[in-house]
Ligand binder design. Structure first.
Ligand code: MN
Length: 259
């Protein structure tokens, strides 16, 4: 199983969650919400062979963390994985669009400068703006739009732009998301949880709950569970292969998800 967007560091019991991840043999991209969290997360989680820590600055926090921009830029030079970054146009955060844009543009510019990164991107209420930024930085790497909820026209543009998409159990509860996922080429879809922010019946999702996302995909694709699983594994290898052509290794030279 694959959880391509999980806030491993925000669980009350991160080491227990990490143990679950390791014993299940699944792959996890542990995204961060602030640059200052990155080094501690690498120390705690970086030893697990199928876990990678991404350097991020969440758009909801960007305005309060402008002082961490140099740190964001610095860590992007050291890792192949960037996230969570992006833009948020929802009512509570649209007023900070200037700061959000500054952080997101820096992340894309730095990624491009380093030959491209795998980037997990938040685009709530700002899909068109995120796509504009991606188009302005075509060398930034491989964008994965996480929990995409834009319009169908934005979706088409994102597919044409080469974006990937990750969806989790919480996203699949929405009928409009399910119909949107049906429009995405199967080869560009991946699973995530966005735990512990995202919940299932008021309980924070844990990485192993991506099984629920696989079940949702089985319905949307009218495919048996085994076929869904193998499609996702194939997608994942393809995604990682894309990054490999650029900078597919972490600081220690390990290639991503050696197995
Ligand atoms: Mn998130």
């Amino acid at each position: 199983m694959i959880d391509l967007h999980c806030h491993l560091d925000l669980y009350p019991d991160p080491i227990k969650v990490l143990d679950e991840v390791v014993s299940s043999g699944m792959f996890v991209l542990a995204v961060t919400t602030t640059p200052s969290a990155f080094s501690g997360d690498v120390a705690r989680f970086g030893g697990a062979s199928r876990v990678r820590v991404a350097i991020g600055l969440h758009p909801e926090l960007a305005h309060s963390r402008m002082s961490e921009l140099p740190l964001l830029e610095h860590y992007i030079s050291l890792t192949s994985y960037v996230g969570e970054v992006g833009l948020d146009g929802s009512p509570d955060f649209a007023r900070f669009s200037k700061e959000q844009r500054k952080a997101f543009d820096l992340a894309l510019r730095s990624s491009a400068l380093r030959g491209g990164r795998l980037i997990s991107i938040h685009s709530r209420g700002a899909a068109a703006e995120v796509l504009e930024s991606l188009e302005a930085h075509p060398e930034a790497g491989v964008p994965i739009l996480h929990w995409f909820s834009g319009r169908v026209s934005d979706l088409k543009r994102a597919i044409d732009r080469g974006c990937w998409f990750s969806f989790g159990p919480a996203a699949f509860r929405s009928a409009s998301t399910r119909s949107m996922v049906a429009r995405i080429p199967r080869s560009r879809v991946l699973t995530e949880t966005d735990g512990p922010f995202a919940m299932n019946r008021d309980v924070p999702l844990r990485p192993t709950d991506v099984a629920l996302a696989e079940a949702a995909l089985a319905k949307i694709w009218s495919a048996p569970a085994s076929e869904v699983r193998s499609q996702l594994v194939e997608n994942f290898r393809d995604l990682v292969g894309n990054v490999k052509s650029g900078h597919a290794h972490d600081k220690s030279g390990r290639s991503y998800f050696d197995h």
